[in-house]
Design a protein around this ligand. Structure first.
Ligand SMILES: NC(=O)c1ccc[n+]([C@@H]2O[C@H](COP(=O)([O-])OP(=O)(O)OC[C@H]3O[C@@H](n4cnc5c(N)ncnc54)[C@H](OP(=O)(O)O)[C@@H]3O)[C@@H](O)[C@H]2O)c1
Length: 333
């Protein structure tokens, strides 16, 4: 395999803070060291990939680089006894697509302990319809349930609801029997949000309180926040007694201007979600949940498939907050 050529998106620095993306030919011998070589069938687009593909040094330090935090495919070669040629696998998170060449190429080579066996009940394409976004949404829902929030507890708010993590969270929560309120900047997508399981849609403006009040009327038993900033602060202040708020994203802001009252008067719990470094046993449990109890019947409705050539336009769209649902990348079309 050493000299086999393959196609990949390559992001290069062309000048100070200027980057270009192209679909280029690469060699397997150029991939980093690792025990498992995977032929990537499908990848998917996440916000972090768009940052990496546009030169964000907080995500990727060294260019030229192939982004893609997600990959699903077949083991091509393995020096680990845990995997054999032809095994169906998923690789996501860790350093994949950050400073390690990622899933926007037809091959990746990674350490064996990054590799998850594709669960029965999911195809490689379905796994990438979920991708890191779906995994993060599922992990957020799991945290709510582990903290004793169940469908009888009350309404769950999802922010950034049309985005990858947000739309997956709406759909998984609905599948698990929760009543979901979706907060979105795209009110023209209300019908889409209802079709995937939201019972109510509110605007981004109504989700961001500017009154300066320390506590707001309790509305939510739980919150899956994907955006941060004032919207997250408002959600925490609007969470009921012993409610639970998960935080995973920062598309609105990385700042969180909050006071202690929601925590000391209402016993609200704020839970951080970090998918990249999620331990293997938990990673497998979450993939199993997505393949069984939380398997969505409407994955096609939640995603679109593009080729490597079509990916750059989607990257521009997600950077502007314009993405709706999930984008899957078919590496061999
Ligand atoms: N912690 C982790 O492990 C982890 C894993 C995956 C993703 N993330 C993070 O989660 C966030 C969402 O990722 P994603 O892949 O779902 O991205 P995405 O598809 O772009 O979704 C983000 C959504 O947030 C809303 N939004 C965009 N700009 C906004 C703004 N300025 N203010 C308020 N809302 C805004 C939009 O939805 P509406 O128009 O519907 O409001 C947008 O579709 C990102 O910050 C990402 O880095 C974290």
């Amino acid at each position: 395999m050493a000299d086999t050529k393959f196609r990949a998106m390559v992001v290069s620095e062309t000048g100070k803070n200027e980057f270009k993306r192209e679909i280029a030919e690469r060699s397997i011998s150029d991939l980093p060291e690792g025990e498992v070589l995977v032929k990537v069938q499908f990848s998917s687009l996440n916000y972090k990939d768009a940052l990496s593909a546009s030169g964000n040094r907080g995500v990727t330090r060294n260019y030229p680089h192939t982004p893609g935090v997600d990959a699903a495919g077949l083991v091509e070669e393995s020096s680990s006894l845990n995997f054999s040629r032809g095994d169906k696998v998923i690789v996501h998170g860790h350093d994949l697509g950050m400073d390690t060449d990622g899933g926007f190429g037809q091959y990746i080579r990674v350490p064996a302990d990054w590799v998850v066996t594709l669960p029965d009940g999911l195809t490689a394409k379905e796994a990438m319809m979920y991708g890191t976004a779906g995994f993060t949404a599922a992990q957020s829902v799991l945290k709510l349930t582990e903290n004793k929030i169940n469908p009888g507890s009350g309404k769950i708010l999802v922010t950034g609801a049309t985005g990858g993590v947000g739309s997956m969270a709406v759909a998984i929560l609905a599948k698990a029997g929760f009543e979901v309120t979706a907060s979105t900047g795209k009110t023209d997508q209300a019908e889409f949000l209802k079709s995937i399981g939201a019972s109510e849609v509110i605007s981004r403006e109504d989700s961001s309180d500017q009154s300066g009040k320390l506590l707001l009327r309790g509305l939510w038993a739980g919150v899956v926040d994907t955006v941060g900033g004032d919207i997250l602060a408002t959600a925490i202040k609007s969470t009921n007694q012993r409610g639970v708020v998960t935080t995973c994203g920062n598309v609105a802001s990385h700042d969180l201007n909050i006071n202690v009252y929601p925590f000391i008067l209402r016993g609200v719990t704020l839970v951080g979600i970090d998918s990249a470094s999620c331990p293997m046993q938990r990673r497998e449990k979450i993939w199993d949940m997505m393949a069984t109890y939380w398997k969505l019947g409407n994955l096609e409705e939640l995603s679109r498939t593009v080729t490597l050539e079509g990916l750059s336009d989607e990257i521009d769209k997600i950077l502007k907050g314009g993405q709706v649902g999930r984008v899957v990348v078919d590496l061999w079309k």
